[in-house]
Design a protein around this ligand. Sequence first.
Ligand code: MOS
Length: 701
Amino acid sequence: MTRTWQAAPSVGHPLTRVEGLDKVTGQARYAGDVDRRGLVHGWVVPATIPRGRVLSLDVEATLAMPGVLAVLHQDNAPRLTDIGEGTLFLFQGDRVAHWGAPVALVIADTPERAREAAERMRVDYLAEPPDTVFRPDHPGLYRPEHVNPRNPTVTEKGDVEAALAGAAVVVDAEYRTPAQHNNAMEPHSATAEWADGRLTVHTSTQYAYGVAQSLTKLFDLAPGTLRVLSEHVGGGFGNKGMPARPDAVLAVMAATLVGRPVRVTLTRPQLFPLTGYRTPTAQRLRLGATADGRLVAVEHTAAMQTSRLAEFTEQTAIYARAMYAADNLRTDHRVVALDVPTPRWMRAPGEAPGSFGLESAMDELAEACGVDPVELRLRNDTSHEPASGQPFSSRRLAECLREGARRFGWAERDPRPAARREARWWRGTGVAGAHYPARTAPTTAHATALPGGRYVVRVAATDIGTGARTALTQLAADALEVPVDAVRVEIGDSDFGPAMGAGGSMGTASWSWPVVTACHDLARRIASGEPVPPEGLTSTFDSTEAVGARAEFSRYAFGAHFAEVAVDVATGEVRVPRLLGVYAVGRVVNPLTATSQLIGGMTMGLSTALLEESTLDGRFGDFVNHNLADYHVATNADVGAIEVAFVDDPDDELNPSGVKGLGEIGIVGVPAAIANAVWHATGVRQRELPISPARAIISGQ
Ligand code: MOS
């Protein structure tokens, strides 16, 4: 086996993935690959009404089908503890909360026989008229107690109305973003097995420890009974985060019922109603500014949907709380509970749709003031977080904008819209800012020295394809002052103790703190002559106290996105030949995997701008384009040149590694940069995503 590696220091070097060989040779085992003697298979029977009750299930006929071992349903399922998460409270009554919700699970000896029996199962319902269609004037909209993740619903500073009334220039516009589905390549899958009084669940999750906790509470298990494993995960994008997903609950129920290992893998169409999606949003932006583009007022309000099962409230308008200076600033959210599947985390939740609103409105303000859109953003830069007044630990947005403008050749830009036509293409360029919170959560890690100069580091982290395992290997090797080949990092095991999941761009920032600290301690013990016994010498660190003791700062990563588009004058097809992202994300542990993550995020932003939209049939509350043929995700053919660059961002106020996290900032602002470029190309403002061919060239589509 060959791979590039560097002697210490390794941080800052483009180490290739430490598990890369395992992945490309098929040695890496994903949740659905786990094999067990006596393994049987569960298949979901989905509801075919959007709202009502299950009257009867023809269990007898299903049990008579070939290979069927059991059927789980509302009358025989174990009683669960209500943990306030309705998507997991399965088979606890006869209510149907949305189309596709599980009404039974058929367990059979092969997946094919389970599927055959599940699809033939007769279910009788009492249907009720559903309310499934989101609209910004829905009478059911209300202010939730908080928005995700426990952010205030409303913030208010100064007097927005008075400032708007006195402003020289006002932009008042509404923006819409559609429902979107995460669509990781690896579907959700769980295999549950009881052995020797312990329950092991292999599942595709971003958060092994959190899933173990939620399942333990749900099934009222004794602490330590449950072990969740997720060694390799084929993409997550948020809906494999906290809490567990229904496949894991169903696998545990089924394994308990039949006394054998059970696997439940959801099909692509089943992911759409069962594992989460990004809510549609309707946003209103009101900006007031002086004639030269200095903001005096910002108001960002957003309406979203949730389901009847759980209140999940996208934090859409929090983007404006931290982005541009304004003495008068108001943000507000409302949500409506509909007879639809439950929304959930999707990459850069809140920030991604919210940045489309604010960064588009900023472009409209630049036009109204006659100020260059890069210059407009520089004029409204600030050293303190506008909503809270707190200082930023570091904020290098201006450097990102200036470096981006230089690399992109922005100085040459003619600001007039619809002024560049080459053959059949209108051409234009656009810019947007970006930020994403740089948070750190308490985590425990263990570093063990083995005889012979080898080391094992254990932390319940997850690598959802980001390169986190590799970055942790580099950080650990440097802390131990040994080559990376001497260190093995083991992750994805809830038995390693409390740990943040791979979410909120917090993974590496959170995990590295105890990893580096435990490694330093271990190196010190070895240097002081402590012997390494045959079973190894272990140092453990729990970062809870250290994280809690940090100074009060507003901590964010920043970035700037630049886009070039070409719009077909006849069809309205939008092409994106060039995207540039410049980022200030603290220390870059591994420039190779960091760049790959940001390219992935920007591609998802492009995909959001032009293609992704989950289409709900209002009669059934069903997402009808529930497959990768009809739900369009950007592919290689849709992507032109994507360039990623970093500006220096030293920040001592974060964590010992100086890591801010960069999983999500790559998507933030990209849809606005592209929409702004489409306006520059065609003169048609884009206030609704995705920018379909009709919307690109026809106003008001
Ligand atoms: Mo990310 S949506 O916080 O997994």
